[in-house]
Write a new protein. Structure first.
Length: 182
């Protein structure tokens, strides 16, 4: 299954000039910056969703690829990462290669808001407040019935979680994992 050919304005640049693309990407990355889900949080979140071999997971903003590496390596789930930051795309691809998981993971340099989510059965996202409303509407609009959505910390709108889990980090931050099913 190949997801690397997904086409987005950031891949083909057909309509936007370079300056437009850079400033839109910079604004998006400032609203939804990189922050890593710790491995123990990722493992607990995936366990909560009970992944199976026929799932296809997407991480909406995959950062350094940790979620993809755990989902593919530990749960044998084919996993796709969408990431806007080119440096993080490179880092995630390198980590996936080093983990020997290239056949199980695809990382796409793309704006998550330009990618159709209907093909995925399991969604992971660690959203930030400025994108929650738009993201919730996109998920409700595109994901199929039965799709499970794992959300770290910031609840989606217009949906009630099926399960919730809290995980102390050892510092002040208590991580919350919410599992939704459409
Ligand atoms: C909070 S981090 C989550 C990283 C990873 N999913 C995790 O939980 O460890 C959000 C990520 O989304 C990326 N991002 C921000 N806006 C994006 C967009 N419009 N499309 C794709 N990725 C985006 C950021 O660069 C960052 O890596």
């Amino acid at each position: 299954m190949g997801y690397g050919m997904l086409s987005t304005p950031f891949e083909d640049g057909l309509r936007l000039n370079d300056e437009d693309r850079v400033s839109i990407a910079a604004r998006m990355l400032s609203e939804y910056p990189y922050s890593q889900s710790p491995v123990q949080v990722v493992d607990a979140a995936l366990q909560l969703a009970e992944p199976c071999l026929k799932d296809v997971l997407v991480d909406l903003g995959c950062g350094d690829g940790t979620v993809l590496i755990r989902a593919a390596g530990r749960f044998r789930v084919f996993s796709v990462g969408l990431e806007l930051d080119a440096g993080l795309v490179e880092k995630a691809r390198r980590r996936v290669r080093d983990a020997g998981l290239s056949h199980m993971v695809d990382i796409v340099h793309a704006d998550l808001f330009q990618v159709d989510l209907s093909r995925f059965s399991l969604v992971y996202v660690y959203p930030f407040p400025p994108i929650v409303r738009r993201l919730s509407l996109k998920i409700l609009d595109e994901c199929r019935s039965g799709t499970r959505i794992i959300v770290h910390d910031h609840p989606l709108e217009k949906l009630e979680p099926l399960k919730t889990l809290t995980i102390p980090s050892g510092r002040q931050h208590v991580h919350t994992i919410l599992l939704y099913m459409l």
